[in-house]
Each structure stands twice: as structure tokens, then as C-alpha cells.
Design a protein around this ligand. Structure first.
Ligand SMILES: [Zn+2]
Ligand SMILES: [Zn+2]
Length: 181
């Protein structure tokens, strides 16, 4: 952990006065803060209210202010194979630049020498949350036929055919089930 002082106010912490940094290339500042997630308006059910960890190094270059480090947040979701509730920590690696005059199309804009970390942190956290999380890399998932959990002894021996069902036949099969023999 860095010894940098923690900012008392989260919003002040996210809005960095860059005037001092911009005075000379090589000037730098570390930002080590935990910020309540509500300030990022994630609007994502996988990200519950929590503190988002921010560990960044800001350094003035001839091109703008280079921001590097990482941001992290905890996510909650279901395993995409077996649907078990799982959680993890999303760590977003940050390598960004803030510019007064945008010359780099990927740059964030410095507004009146204020460097607003909020939109950048938001983007990196959301990108770091896995889209198809698994409870473990070799999770066998559910039986596609009966839905049994293949990671349990009962599920592993459910006895269904392993052949995947061609989805084009589903409609016909559903139709058939409406007319029981
Ligand atoms: Zn699983
Ligand atoms: Zn089965």
C-alpha cells in the first residue's frame, strides 16, 4: 500500500486539480482512494453498493497527463454454466491520457485544468467485470437435457444423452408435446 494521504472527500478525490501537474513535464501525483460506488452511477446489477479502490499515478508529459495504475471493485453474478451465485474482484488496468486540447482520439479532456477521474474509473471497472464468469474453469455446467448440475454425483450420472439437441427441432418437439400420445 502507498503512504499517500487518503482524501477526506470522495468527490474532491475524483476531481484532481491539474494546474500544479501541468506546470512542468515530470510533475506527478499519486491518487490512492476508496470511493463509494454511487459516485460512478454504474447502473449494473453485478456491482452492488461498495467502495471502489483507486490506485493511480498521474504524471505530466509533453502530450498531456498520463494516468496509470489500476481500479478495482467486487462483482456478483451467476456462473454462466451452472448458474451458481459467484463473486470476484474486477481489476481494471489503467493506461490513459488526459489532454487540454485533444490530439489523441482516446484521450480524456481536461476541463479548466480539472482532471475528472470519475468517467475513466467507471469505464475501466465496467470493462473489467467478466461477461461470462465461471465458478471454476472446469465447471461442467448443467445437463442440457434435464438441467441437473453435472458437478454433483447425481447430476454427473443423470443418464441423459450427451448429444446436443439441434435447436431447430425444439419447435417441432414442443408442438409434439402438445399432443400427448
Ligand atoms: Zn459453475
Ligand atoms: Zn440429464
Amino acid at each position: 500500500m502507498s503512504s499517500s494521504a487518503r482524501h477526506p472527500s470522495p468527490l474532491t478525490g475524483l476531481l484532481v486539480n491539474a494546474a500544479e501537474l501541468l506546470r512542468r513535464p515530470g510533475n506527478w501525483k499519486d491518487v490512492e482512494i476508496d470511493v463509494e460506488s454511487k459516485h460512478f452511477e454504474f447502473d449494473d446489477p453485478r456491482l452492488l453498493p461498495q467502495l471502489v479502490g483507486i490506485h493511480l499515478h498521474l504524471e505530466c508529459s509533453n502530450n498531456g497527463i498520463v494516468v496509470s495504475g489500476n481500479v478495482n471493485a467486487q462483482w456478483h453474478d451467476q456462473c454462466c454454466r451452472c448458474l451458481k451465485d459467484i463473486s470476484g474482484v474486477a481489476v481494471g488496468e489503467v493506461a490513459e491520457i488526459y489532454q487540454r486540447e485533444i490530439t489523441d482520439p482516446d484521450a480524456y479532456r481536461l476541463e479548466s485544468d480539472q482532471l475528472n477521474l470519475a468517467p475513466m474509473v467507471r469505464e475501466h471497472v465496467l470493462l473489467a467485470v467478466p461477461d461470462t464468469p465461471v465458478c471454476r474453469p472446469d465447471c461442467p455446467g448443467l445437463c442440457p437435457v434435464c438441467g441437473a448440475d453435472k458437478s454433483t454425483p447425481e447430476g454427473a450420472s443423470c443418464g441423459c444423452s450427451e448429444t446436443p439437441v439441434d435447436p431447430r427441432w425444439d419447435a417441432l418437439r414442443d408442438l409434439g408435446s402438445q399432443f400427448p400420445e
